[in-house]
Design a protein around this ligand. Sequence first.
Ligand code: IPE
Ligand code: IPE
Ligand code: MG
Length: 238
Amino acid sequence: MTRLPKHIAIIMDGNGRWAKDQGQDRLFGHYHGVVSVRKIVEAATEIGIQYLTLYAFSTENWDRPEAEVTGLMTLFVDTIAKEVPDLHKNNIKLQFIGNLNMLPDHAKKALADATTQTAQNTGLTLVIALSYSGRWELIEATKSIAQKVKNGELAVEAINEEVFAENLATKGIPDPELMIRTSGECRISNFLLFQLAYAEFYFTETRWPEFRKEHLVEALLQYQSRERRFGKTSAQVQ
Ligand code: IPE
Ligand code: IPE
Ligand code: MG
């Protein structure tokens, strides 16, 4: 318990294949994925994780068939409306990162309401990456830095890692120490490109609808068995 990551990021993958394996529609998998979200949020709270970032929908996912995109949007809005009272009761602070302008108006409103309602909570910070892409975020940060330089608010020489991080959507949130991806794919699919620079990666075959607390604990134990050297030698870090 003394060597827990502060921040865990998860690429929740494999809903579609999980559903297909049981002869069901992809959306059936997404609905079951929500159950996993609830269980993992509970587990993370119980274990004492401070930040949990969940990749729910990428910018690239907009290119999926229209019925799946519409179904997912409905699922997001309904789930947020349904879960916010419980999240709030559990002192969880909700945050959304991504190009939220691309979302339909009713979804934008649901997210804004959930963010405001839970803003003062001091327990787990639950970050949902929605319509998110790491490259989009880096470009937005670059634009905002360029604008500050242009306005004379920031000197070019003053731009460093901290300044850059402050211009990201994850401003104020420490980098994830552990990144988990379910369903056997070993790639980051445009997730948190800047923030994952030194994260430990954990890939599991388990598909997201089947991911439970015991799988999270397994990932944490694996994380704790690793030596994080940050470029130094083993002797130096010991
Ligand atoms: C992850 O599951 C959820 C989203 C990307 C929205 P997928 O929908 O990618 O499921 P697979 O990878 O096709 O099985
Ligand atoms: C990444 O999963 C995005 C989310 C889990 C939200 P994808 O299923 O979209 O990624 P690729 O296409 O397999 O890389
Ligand atoms: Mg996938």
